[in-house]
Design a protein around this ligand. Structure first.
Ligand SMILES: Nc1nc2c(ncn2[C@@H]2O[C@H](COP(=O)(O)OP(=O)(O)OP(=O)(O)O)[C@@H](O)[C@H]2O)c(=O)[nH]1
Ligand SMILES: [Mg+2]
Length: 261
């Protein structure tokens, strides 16, 4: 079994890609389990095999504890960790090739909290884990934002201790393919970045310097839950991980390089 957590900014398309990629895998003949770990979501467009909302929801925490949504989200991240054994036993039930995990809307409550990295550590003890980090084409309204999003994608992998394939999601709105050209060509990315003005450009340039050290190991796939672009490519990369006997797609050297060890 390969566990695939979908990670990304709020609204980046995690839930949609969990649904369409899950369906894609099933059509390829794989046994797939869909796990919803977002206690804040109102409606999900797929039938989950495990739904954290059966245990608690954000509105229930708010009501019972008399707290606001942000604090409730923080509490929820601990409660998700407490539910680990239930999630694990659901994944182990019957046969399963891919377990796709739809993570909470707010990236930070899962990716940058101890509970999130502990959850991932326990998942890795079960079997192989390879995340998918989504960058929605709608965040790439400026090149500096795109670079910062890429940087966050790497930071999330380091914080969670899990490798992830970065996808440029909602590729159907990348009319003319400008964003995918920029994201796939470091020189073009730099040229477009320095055309922009404002303080974000300096931040993005610094981020780009770090990224250029790790980017050779990173292939970014355009995906869309509308046109289904990229599902095959994503599958191929995950399939390599699925078939690898303990070898992962991305050598962990980039993490070592990043840490300078
Ligand atoms: N054009 C386009 N829109 C998409 C795509 N995938 C998702 N969306 C839209 O983006 C919005 C957010 O999608 P979700 O799948 O709910 O994203 P999410 O990351 O799960 O959102 P949260 O869990 O609330 O953070 C919805 O309006 C989707 O219809 C896509 O591939 N193309
Ligand atoms: Mg969602």
């Amino acid at each position: 079994m390969l566990i695939v957590p979908f990670l990304g900014f709020a609204g980046s398309g995690k839930t949609s890609l969990t649904k369409t990629f899950g369906r894609f895998l099933e059509d390829e003949g794989y046994r797939v389990k869909l796990i919803n770990l977002d206690p804040g979501v109102e409606e999900i467009p797929y039938k989950p095999d495990f739904d954290i909302r059966d245990l608690f929801t954000i509105s229930k925490i708010m009501r019972e504890e008399g707290i606001g949504p942000n604090l409730a989200m923080l509490k929820a991240s601990e409660m998700i960790l407490d539910a680990f054994d239930k999630v694990a036993s659901k994944m182990r039930e019957g046969r399963c090739d891919f377990a796709l995990i739809d993570t909470p809307g707010q990236l930070e409550i899962f990716a940058f909290r101890d509970a999130g990295s502990e959850f991932m550590r326990r998942l890795r003890e079960l079997t192989r884990v390879c995340g998918v980090f989504l960058i929605g084409c709608d965040v790439a309204s400026t090149v500096s934002r795109l670079v910062v999003a890429l940087f966050v994608g790497i930071a999330v992998q380091l914080s969670l201790g899990v490798e992830a394939i970065i996808v440029l999601h909602k590729s159907d709105i990348d009319i003319g393919g400008r964003i995918r050209r920029i994201i796939g060509d470091e020189e073009l990315l730099k040229r477009e970045l320095i055309k922009e003005t404002g303080v974000m450009v300096d931040v993005a340039l610094a981020a780009l310097e770090v990224l250029s050290r790790i980017k050779p190991a990173t292939r970014i796939i355009p995906t869309s839950s509308v046109t289904l672009e990229g599902h095959e490519d994503l599958f191929e990369i995950l399939h390599e991980v699925f078939c690898a006997c303990g070898d992962n797609i991305y050598p962990f050297h980039f993490i070592r390089d990043f840490r300078g060890t």
